[in-house]
Design a protein around this ligand. Structure first.
Ligand SMILES: [Zn+2]
Length: 215
């Protein structure tokens, strides 16, 4: 598993972020998430960070070329294996990634698709709570706070994000499926797609993934 270059594809609530962290800890693969890259670039006040901040302040999506440039920057500095979490989201981004990797003389080993039934996604996301004050994230099923619906860190009552309400989750899943189908085809044609059943506890899913990658 060490040194692999992977993409994790999966719906919101599929646990791919958690798995990426497990892989990072276990095999030293660097977890690269576009959300983290953006936050980090903004915090450090880099040129790309300043650019991204302008869009975010206007309430707009950060454009592809900024996100792609951030990914290119971090991959250029990454000599060991890595996991891309949340990138690529579109075919255009996937093609940009191909160009970046070619330029750097690197290759991709697999695109891991986390398969989760819709009902299960809705069930997981409706258990998610966030702290409105310190933004800590909890899950009433998998990562409950010590005290009922109260933030462990700052003691504030937890809230459900509007994004996690069932009606909204159904819409998010539809959007996800539409975008992801194209990506799935793209990587299947390249012979890189590895589909895993992402149902069960994190240790079980971790084992499904490592077994699938060994094959
Ligand atoms: Zn808090």
């Amino acid at each position: 598993m060490e040194g692999l270059s992977l993409i994790f594809l999966g719906p919101p609530g599929s646990g791919k972020g958690t798995q990426a962290e497990l892989f990072e800890r276990q095999f030293g693969l660097k977890k690269i998430s576009t959300g983290d890259l953006l936050r980090d670039a903004i915090r450090r006040g880099t040129e790309l960070g300043k650019l991204a901040k302008e869009y975010i302040n206007k309430g707009e999506l950060v454009p592809d070329d900024v996100v792609v440039a951030l990914v290119e920057e971090v991959l250029g500095k990454t000599s060991d294996g890595y996991i891309l979490d949340g990138f690529p989201r579109t075919i255009e981004q996937a093609k940009s990634l191909d160009r970046i990797l070619e330029k750097l003389g690197k290759k991709l080993d697999a695109a891991v698709l986390f398969a989760v039934p819709d009902d299960e996604i809705i069930r997981r996301l409706s258990a998610r709570r966030i702290c409105p004050k310190c933004h800590a994230v909890y899950n009433l099923v998998t990562k409950p706070p010590k005290e009922d619906e109260i933030c462990d860190v700052c003691g504030t009552p937890l809230e459900m994000r509007d994004d996690d309400k069932p009606e909204t989750v159904r819409r998010r899943i539809e959007v996800y499926r539409k975008d992801t189908e194209l990506l799935v085809d793209f990587y299947r044609k390249k012979g890189l797609l590895v589909e895993v059943k992402a149902v069960g506890n994190p240790e079980e899913v971790f084992e499904f993934i490592t077994n699938a990658l060994k094959r």
